[in-house]
Design a protein around this ligand. Structure first.
Ligand code: NCD
Length: 313
């Protein structure tokens, strides 16, 4: 099967089909296999190509994994890691910044605190725009790497029961991941403090696709049923009222002891950074996969860049 991703934007996880996600998994796994070779095959496929990496919000993994992916495929990277150092600080519009950067790069990966920023950028860009996190909206490439992690670690997506826990309102990764999973035969649990529920627009999409989901706030009770527990950070930076954050922080803290009732094969994932929601005692259990997840992020972003920039066929 060959699908054409060349020149495509990645704005929302809703814009892709199951067939396309399966294709991305396939290429992510090929990248993983290739990187474990003594002399990898795909080291020059993006030679001469330039990625612009525009991060208006903090990032460690997303920015560095995209940049590493580009370099590992023979391409180059330009960009900035903070809006403070770009001309937006002088009052330049995002549209003008994008019109400019599109002259220098073959693709633009961008993180921004405003939800519609990437969609706007795509209107003004002559090169593909990749959404690396849009406010409390979406983070589609994180969801793609999460999918690759589940498939590689558990062998299947269909049939899985997946629990999302933490800040489901402001957490953009869980929005995109729910959209991705809505293409598969899964059972979902949304476990959050009452004030941080899964967004209605996501639930509406799930309903329209007849995905089975349940909502609750008792993490301990659902743990025995789960194949995947996807923990998230309370998104402090999205709270208008810091007192509200102070009340909710530490709402769910997972300790190794909480996993005694879990299925043997159950995996714990987290997009990272974690603050205190996963106690370090969990790191030592056989369930922890959040650091492996980081590695899958590199492979998935290699696949994405290779496909979008035409290096992989
Ligand atoms: C996430 C994000 O930026 O949305 N981080 C990431 O990209 N891995 C999750 C978070 O910040 O909590």
């Amino acid at each position: 099967m060959t699908l054409n991703f060349v020149g495509r934007d990645i704005l929302s996880a809703k814009d892709f089909t199951r067939e396309e996600f399966d294709y991305l998994i396939e290429w992510g796994q090929k990248m993983a296999a290739d990187q474990s070779q003594a002399s990898p095959e795909f080291v020059n496929i993006l030679q001469g190509k330039v990625l612009a990496s525009l991060f208006f919000e903090p990032s460690t993994r997303t920015r560095l994994s995209f940049e590493s992916a580009m370099l590992r495929l023979g391409g180059s990277v330009i960009g900035f890691a903070s809006g403070d150092v770009s001309s937006t600080k002088k009052g330049e519009t995002l549209a003008d910044t994008i019109r400019t950067v599109a002259n220098y790069a073959d693709a633009i990966v961008m993180r921004h605190n405003l939800e519609g920023a990437q969609r706007l950028a795509a209107e003004f860009s002559t090169v593909p725009i990749i959404n690396a996190g849009s406010g409390a909206g979406e983070h589609p490439t994180q969801a793609m790497l999460d999918l690759l992690t589940m498939k590689s670690e558990l062998g299947t997506i269909d049939g899985l029961t997946i629990g999302f826990a933490g800040d489901l309102k402001f957490g953009r990764t869980v929005h995109s991941l729910a959209y991705v999973l809505s293409n598969y035969d899964v059972n979902l649990y949304f476990i959050s403090p009452k004030n941080l529920p899964m967004q209605n627009r996501v639930l509406e999409t799930l309903m329209s696709k007849q995905v089975k989901y349940k909502i609750g706030n008792n993490l301990q009770k659902v743990i025995p049923e789960l194949d995947v527990l996807y923990m998230t950070r309370i998104q402090k930076e999205r709270f208008a009222d810091i007192e509200e954050y102070e009340k909710l922080k530490g709402a769910f803290i997972l300790h190794a002891d909480d996993l005694v009732s879990a299925k043997e094969e159950m995996i714990v994932m987290h997009p990272l950074p974690r603050v205190d929601e996963i106690h370090p005692s969990v790191d030592e259990t056989t369930h922890a996969r959040y650091f492996q997840q980081v590695k899958y992020g590199l492979y998935m972003r290699m696949a994405i860049l290779g496909l979008i920039l035409g290096g992989l066929k």
